[in-house]
Design a protein around this ligand. Sequence first.
Ligand code: ACK
Length: 965
Amino acid sequence: ITFALVNVLAIAIGDISKYRNANLNVCLHFQWEEVSIMDEKNIPIRTYQVCNVLEPSQNNWLRTDWIPRSGAQRVYVEVKFTLRDCNSLPGVTGTCKETFNLYYHESNDDRESYIKESSFIKVDTVAADESFTQVDVGDRIMKLNTEVRDVKVTTRKGFYLAFQDVGACIALVSVRVFYKTCPLTIRNLATFPDTVTGADTSSLVEVRGSCVNQSEEREEPKMYCGADGEWLVPIGGCLCNPGYEDKGGACKACTAGFYKAKSSDVGCSKCPPHSHSLRDGATVCDCHSGYYRADTDPPAMACTQPPSAPQQLISVVNKTSVVLEWSPPRRLGGRSDTKYPRLGSDSGSGSQLCLPCGSDVVFSPGQTDLKATRVVVSELRAHTHYTFIVQAGNGVSQISGAGTAQSVSVTVTTNQAAPSPVSSIQATDVTRHSLSLSWQQPDRPNGVILEYEVKFYEKDQRERSYRIMRTFSRSVDVTGLNPLTVYVFHVRARTAAGYGEFSASFEFSTNSDPFPLIGEGVNSAFLLLSVSGVGILLLISAAVFIISRRYTHTNMHTLLSIEPGVKIYVDPFTYEDPDQAIHEFAKEIDVSSIHIERVIGMGEFGEVCSGRLRLQGKREIYVAIKSLKAGYSDKQRRDFLSEASIMGQFDHPNIIRLEGVVTRCKPLMIITEYMENGSLDAFLRKHDGQFTVIQLVGMLRGIASGMKYLSDMSYVHRDLAARNILVNSNLVCKVSDFGLSRVLEDDPEAAYTTREATGTYLSPGGKIPIRWTAPEAIAYRKFTTASDVWSYGIVMWEVVSYGERPYWDMNNQDVIKAIEEGYRLPAPMDCPVVLHQLMLDCWERERAERPTFSQILNMLDKLIRNPGTLRRTGGERPTATMLESGVGSEVCVSVVPEVCMPEWSVCEWLQSIGLERYRDTLAAAGYTNSTVFRTFCLSPRTHTTFLVNGILGKDERLQFPGVNT
Ligand code: ACK
């Protein structure tokens, strides 16, 4: 054996930062010898050696002392040794080995003296990387091997290691036993302690970190310690507290002049403008004096100031509303959240204090916290002084304690206003045909109440047909009702400023009792007397009304409550002030919204022009504009405007619609819808013979419908003639030319009637359109709806004869005479018999014998539904029964919507609306001549569902989706 043998097993000390040291003592060895040798630096070292290579079956053990585990789970054993190459040993025959075995045995006992061989568990067979063949002792050539093995030791407090030699020539130079830890570290501001690695080579130990001083957890800090003693990627971490920032893994306080508000902020920031921090560790900077920070302001925002007052407050008063507009304050204080936190009003008192506004005053869009610089204040009291105060404010106004310094005020006086609605209606004395209503004055009358208007209708009928009554008092007796029927009532009040809004609807039902229950002990005779007394009173009142209506024009309409059950119009001449009437019934139009295009004719008072009207928020429409020529007298002005006051009360598809009036500048104008085809008489003359009978009847039906509406309103036209009917582009005919006194004066057809000329007619003055006027109206000015029916018969004749002049060139006196003698206009050419018969009915001498407009309308509807009846022209006269059923008994089923045009083929229909050029397009789309087209006149803003019944073998009913006008 050529190398030195040493006796001592060295224990090496490894890398302090990574490894735990352990003592390794030899306590068991057979054949192993402890030998001292010199290492390469000539320092003596101790080794354990064995070299029984010549003898077979070697089993030499060398064991360490007990090694405490100290919490380690996997220990590493680093063995340094030299090994002799068997081939280099002379005379060695097969018994020589070049490996040794490493064993371990876990134990709680630190002084086991004898451990059985079988108690040891083998770690590995260790071979040398380097073996040597010879050793030149002088040259000290020695090949040192270092081998590391690891083993899991988890079951006992410690363990023993053992080296088994099975016949090698080996020298153990050192054995170092260690375990690994992941060293203490700080990551993401969390401290992770020195951590022993796991038991397996692949195991990770999860370690929770703890936040460093002056920091708080952002997300649980965690890291895994790998088996090799390396930390893996950190998860989560901590953030420095407000006022502190991360300086190299530690949290350091912000210095003066800096702050950090939130732990999540990156670092300390310089104080924002108008603020400062005096001490270290500031979380917020304090505002300089005179500057403020709102609660919601972020700490990074500069300190700010309240705004100055709003500027240029202007007010526009409209009746009881005021529009307030202002400009933003000159100084906004460095903020962009200027609002107008409060608008106040101070009514009447004149004091400088802002009193709370009444709860009924409405501020739109609101009274506080406005961003807009405009507010509409409505529901104010009429004729009242108000001071409006507009305050500006921003986010720091409250904190700064700034008050009215930022406000601006304006004082206005409201104008007159219509009364507020009546809030409730009570019904008493209910009978089968009547009930008594009473109500309270509106909450805000806004002036002296001149009268109340009661509107009512059968609930089932909705507002299709309603009745109106007027009264001075706060009660009214409504009579003429149907028994056991629910009626809907609305009441509105009128002051000098006009009508207020109608109240909400109140429903009352009539009952089946003939008399009201007045109280116990009232006998029926007394009731009868009372009722007849009331009746007599009513009769007297009616007489007074009729007489006074004839001789005076002062406030007569207030008595109209004695004529219940009739929708009536209000005679504008009953107003002392004609301007009041015009403003009650007609809308004043700003002349700037009218665009006059051309003159279309001459009226009695001046030119008639066509043009366009664009009202705010509405689409532009074509209009006719009648103007009052310069140099008019008061009477002319009044007469001119009376037409608008009348027209403005009507709302019907066959009555010319008033758009409004211009009275505030000259010339005065009346604006109506534009009727493209002008007057009916001229239009028919222009299109002589071009219409089918059914089209002509359609036009007549429209006129009858308009006249029925007027008669329902108790309006007598007095000048119904084709020249006073206007036709639009859809061939819809509308009644026009309204006026009262002027009727008899203006019409070029009107003539004076004289006693001399007629011998029998009275002549109280004024002109009458003789050819169109009923005999009783010519004779003694008995103008009634029945005399309008006479005129309607003449219009029928004009229409069917395409604008022929009634009685041709006979003079007026001859006409009067002929009529007196029973002569009537003959049927025009091709006139259906039924139509001529209807004309003759209208020309009954006894006015009570003439049909009503309602009957005429029914008759025409029936003819339209059965066009066959129109085929018979001339020749035989129709039978009486046929006419009776036509005029009187049948109820038209399609009252609403009203059929204002007859059925048409596709060609006729397109023609009627001036779109013939689309004939081919419609034909291509499958609309053939067998398609029935029908035009309906609907009320505005209504929803209508159409049902079509057809009889084709079985009764079919088509329902079309509803439409909204
Ligand atoms: O027959 P016209 O063309 O129709 O001539 C007269 C003229 O003005 C004098 O009254 C025409 N006219 C009147 N009102 C209207 C209107 N609303 N739309 C179209 N033309 C109108 C009338």
